[in-house]
Write a protein of this length. Structure first.
Lengths: 390, 390
């Protein structure tokens, strides 16, 4: 049997291993120091009561013969697909339920969508980047081009007409930089994709953190996107589902390449290699869209965003250049004093007892930058700010 | 963008669509007739109380800050990996927890495991077959060879030394035929795989229906299998998880090809393209392995197996040749009177008001055969037997 040799080309990422090792070593030497972790990319608030109630009810249903559910539709139950459709409609984006595929999370679908595309495509990926975009394409042996996200373009690269690509990744609000594309910038990407005959893979996992009504929360707010884009979204950050696992992927019916419908391809992929999201989890996800659910999750989002604004305010006071923090839970800052990412990591750990994430771990353009997140507790966040400001 | 043209080679399966259409048409014309469905491949008994209690407790945990769980390990929580390890150990199969990967079901993993293998491999698949084995390889553009399962070999094909393959699928107890390989037969497959340098993909989704202690329930009961086999298993049929979604895949540490460890490859694939099974579901699955859970699921399995034995007994009385029904929830029968699969389907529907599944839908060797399942209620099963026996 011949292995997929592309796997041998993957680089091991030691980013979080190295962070953990350094933090443990420091803590062992200084057991009295209270370390604050602002590097965390996971949510910390529990699931909201509407979700909990809906999941308890669904668990009870699964225990009774009259209400037990076996295999469900691979693409998700209508009650949830319709709820997602209506959520988009509230923002003026008209989708059909058949264009919405319920998944076990954006990460799975962002990886698996590549099944639909030939290995003989060129991929365009921003740097710095969420590593999954890169690794999944290395696994498939595709040629990867990088576009520079940097201080000059505010970490929001725009299309370069001289570069031709087939598959383009955009993430807005961005992980790790927190930068958010405006409508005009996304329009430039849609026009470029339509011009190249490329597909845009739009990662909207952080859309719920956008508060500015002028900023687009879906690629489908942009004219023409239905002919070139697929959107990935998730309940992970919206409603604290990182350990509960639910997301959705939108594949418009108009999306055709070489006469083939990607919506039909994806349906075939999912019905062949996936068996749907647990009924209990889908009921929990549907509760996110009820009036109580919306009120409760917005309270949680607001909690994180107050943290983000507090960190952003501190950066401004300290005269540190940064992106994010306004419409994103991430604050991406330029390491003061010309420090490298890891130098700044060591400085923060040793001098301020604060842990963040070195930007260099997200790509070469991340060097000299640093990521803080808003997912900590209010108390820890405010204490970290106080330490930073001293 | 260039699509994956292999998707264009997939054949649409109209098997269950055609069955549904015929049943609806008959019912519309004969609204007074009570149709019994013995074609169902889904479980019908609700989740057992131990699982329900564990999931309620886990939902409650997710609603409180102190016990909330965010991202878990992609390969599953230790509490569940260890429980699966101990389950194997009870049958004398020693596994490490690190060799067990918790998944959202066998179907997903059987599809996704192919990521690890070059497209330039030859695949050997039995006919008749669970269609997922075929379609996932067509999607990847692999060359497929079929091995004949038929009345002569009891639907248990053995290796043909003249045929060389790289990836071999075995399913025992088999879906759709219910046939079960014995130890000696599986040993022949393991020896052949080791000899060819092939990987065996062993689908053990129905292992819990094996009551005969002489029959192997895991490929890892066979000497040498740790160097050539991957095993897929599921809580779907074992514990009624078809709508709850949990399974596990065993990739031994010794499994190496071209010096690469498939265990490490699979870990990399899962950490890159998957984010784990919901915490709540993993707690439910772990409860299956508690003493109460085991007692409760065995009661359910026994319920289905009484149905299976009743159907098998009726076949014997009617002098109909069949496989399965003893150590499997499927009964695969030779259509009496030389009828084709669909002729027998029409006969059963129209004359006996019983719905089953035409064997022709599972491959060319399924023609002239028919699948009945034990997943109906006792009452419906016994009434169907009475109708058949008249």
């Amino acid at each position: 049997m011949k292995i997929n040799e592309n796997y041998l080309k993957l680089e091991q990422s030691y980013l979080f291993t190295n962070i953990g090792r350094k933090v443990s070593a420091y803590q062992a030497e200084h057991p009295d120091k209270k370390i604050i972790r602002l590097g965390i990319g996971d949510v910390t608030l529990p699931l909201c009561p509407a979700v909990i109630d809906a999941m308890h009810a669904a668990v009870t249903e699964m225990g009774k013969a009259e209400t037990f559910r076996g295999y469900g539709p691979e693409q998700g139950y209508d009650f949830l697909r319709n709820a997602v459709r209506d959520y988009y409609a509230q923002r003026g984006v008209q989708l059909k339920s058949e264009e919405i595929f319920i998944s076990d999370g954006a990460k799975s679908d962002i990886g698996n969508i590549l099944d639909l595309f030939s290995a003989d495509n060129t991929v365009l990926i921003p740097d710095p980047v969420y590593p999954v975009y890169v690794d999944t394409n290395i696994m498939a042996g595709r040629k990867i081009l990088y576009m520079d996200a940097n201080e000059k373009n505010g970490f929001l690269p725009l299309p370069d007409p001289a570069v031709k690509a087939d598959i383009i990744y955009l993430c807005s609000p961005n992980n790790p930089t927190g930068a958010v594309y405006n409508r005009q910038q996304l329009k430039a990407w849609v026009d470029y994709a339509l011009d190249c005959g490329a597909v845009l893979l739009f990662d909207a996992a952080y859309e719920c953190f956008i508060h500015d009504p002028a900023l687009p929360r879906s690629i489908f707010e942009i004219e023409g996107a239905r002919r070139c884009a697929i959107e990935f979204c998730s309940f992970s950050k919206t409603a604290g589902f990182t350990g509960t696992r639910c997301g959705y992927t939108v594949v418009p019916e108009e999306l055709e390449f070489e006469g083939a419908s990607l919506n039909k391809f994806w349906l075939r992929r999912q019905t062949t290699k996936f068996n749907g999201v647990p009924y209990i989890v889908q009921r929990g996800a549907a509760a996110v869209f009820t009036p109580e659910g919306q009120e409760q999750i917005h309270k949680n989002i607001e909690y994180y965003m107050e943290n983000a604004r507090a960190i952003a305010g501190a950066m401004r006071n300290l005269g540190i250049w940064f992106t994010g923090g306004e419409n994103s839970p991430y604050i991406w800052l330029k390491c003061p004093g010309g420090r490298s990412s890891w130098e700044y990591f060591d400085y923060l750990l040793e001098e301020k007892n604060i842990v963040g994430t070195p930007g260099a771990g997200f790509g070469k353009n991340g060097e000299g930058f640093f990521r803080l997140t808003a997912f900590g507790s209010r108390e820890a966040t405010l204490e970290a700010i106080e330490r930073l400001s001293k």
